[in-house]
Design a protein around this ligand. Structure first.
Ligand code: CMC
Length: 422
């Protein structure tokens, strides 16, 4: 045996040696020695819930790789659809594969008119776009019940294409519904991200000119968000998928998890935070409040990265390119000062708190004309291939249903009293 650990049950003196495999130990070996004794790990800080070949992340070194390729190499040299293919199928597509893949995605992009009328029209005018998106994805389950055959790889592939294809259409429709402009169906002559921008912003009476700099920047942001191993939403997808729920309900659960401000909702929260700080001169007071525990510095910190998030560095560079086209976002100076003050402050240094992917992305989205309610929706479009790749991998590996144990802290057994005695 190579590296291993030995556990001794001090009650019986029994020991068991467990091999260390890729940095972990098999909890089933622990279970064979100590049945009924659980690891107490409520937020899974020390638990690996998956054996995955999709994304490699080293938080201490700030490394991120999709299927072995460093994010820095993928960013800027590959399109989102190429990266989606890589993440889902394991390899970057060659030219022929890319054409076929792009055509398959384009052909599945339209959304049935009934879906617009019956599902999207039911929401209040001020409904948050993430609520509409999550509900819309869940509703797809009723439009495509053929997706329920989750054990069939051909069926899974069809649903993966459908979901990646329809997410931008659904997202743009959620936006157009909120502003009361007519829905737009995708244009098969446009690329994935250009098409999304066009569906978002085109006016009926004027052709929409997609700015290549903005399209490339958004496409790059989708690449940066495409997967991030066992984050909260992907874990949600794996847990729900392990019950053999269909892919639409699985992805809706993941998107619901993403909406939280600790996760994908942070990009919206960062911009709201910057607007609340109000002026450059208030930054020091705001940081003092963070250190006093009054609020979090949104867009900072990460469960796994204890170093600069490599995605944040790329987002920051991208922001400058975008601002050359759109004009400088007035919130940028405040964000730069916040980063500078935080990175020099003992509170943030001692806790290894660095900017994460959400710190600068919201500023880019805002400058491109997206309302803040759409920011997490954009994250969801980017993350969809990741959720689906994990869902597919889980089903290929024939995993068992996710079912953790609990440490019970409630009352001991007692007798139900009569209503008059309560
Ligand atoms: N501002 C101020 N203090 C912080 C922050 C922050 N953003 N993040 C962590 N801390 C403190 C935390 O209070 C704790 O301090 P102490 O040791 O004194 O109790 C210490 O740092 C360790 O933090 P933690 O809460 O144990 O960290 P966690 O791994 O449980 O939470 C996190 C990770 C991302 C939820 C958290 O850092 C956070 O809430 N950040 C702000 C929200 C955010 O930007 N989220 C996006 C994450 S990246 C993209 C994504 O995955 O969606």
């Amino acid at each position: 045996m190579g590296e291993s650990i030995t556990i001794t049950d001090n009650r019986t003196g029994e020991t068991i040696e467990i091999p260390i495999d890729r940095g972990g130990i098999d909890a089933r070996a622990w279970g064979s020695l100590l049945p009924g004794i659980w690891f107490d790990d409520p937020s899974f800080t020390a638990t690996s819930g998956a054996d995955s070949a999709i994304t490699y992340l080293d938080g201490a070194k700030g490394l991120l790789r999709y299927r072995g390729y460093p994010i820095e190499q993928l960013a800027g040299s590959t399109s989102f659809l190429e990266v989606a293919h890589l993440i889902v199928f394991g390899e970057l597509p060659n030219r022929v594969q890319l054409t076929a893949w792009s055509d398959e995605i384009a052909s599945e992009a339209p959304i049935h008119e009934n879906f617009h009328k019956r599902i999207l029209e039911g929401f209040r005018d001020d409904a948050h776009a993430m609520g509409v998106l999550v509900s819309g994805i869940a509703a797809m389950s009723t439009f495509w019940p053929d997706g329920k055959d989750v054990e069939d790889p051909v069926c899974r592939r069809t649903q993966i294409i459908r979901l990646i294809a329809k997410m931008p259409t659904l997202a743009a429709s959620a936006y157009r519904r909120s502003v009361g402009t007519p829905y737009v169906q995708p244009d098969p002559d446009l690329d994935y991200t250009g098409n999304f921008l066009s569906m978002m912003f085109c006016q009926r009476d004027r052709p929409y000119e997609v700015d290549p700099v903005l399209r490339d920047a958004l496409d790059l942001l989708f690449v940066l968000h495409a997967d991030h191993e066992q984050n909260c939403s992907t874990t949600a997808a794996r847990v729900v998928g392990s019950a053999h729920a269909d892919p639409y309900l699985t992805v809706a659960s993941a998107a619901a998890a993403l909406s939280g401000p600790r996760h994908g909702g942070a990009n919206e929260a960062v911009v709201r935070m910057l607007e609340n700080i109000g002026s450059y001169d208030n930054v020091d007071d705001f940081i003092a409040g963070v250190k006093a525990g009054d609020q979090k510095l949104m867009g900072f910190g990460h469960r796994v990265y204890k170093n600069y998030d490599p995605r944040a560095r790329i987002v920051k560079d991208t922001a400058h390119r975008v601002f050359e086209v759109t004009g400088r976002n007035p919130l940028l100076d405040m964000a730069l000062k916040l980063e500078e003050v935080a990175l020099a402050d003992e509170y943030f240094i001692s806790r290894n708190l660095y900017p994460n992917v959400d710190f600068y992305s919201g500023l880019i989205y805002q400058s491109m004309g997206f309302p803040v309610e759409m920011f997490t929706v954009l994250f969801a479009i980017g993350r969809t291939p990741g959720w689906l790749a994990h869902w597919d991998e889980l089903l290929v590996n024939e995993s068992r249903i996710a079912r953790p144990r609990q440490t019970y802290s409630g009352r001991p057994e007692r007798t139900v009293p009569h209503t008059d005695q309560r």
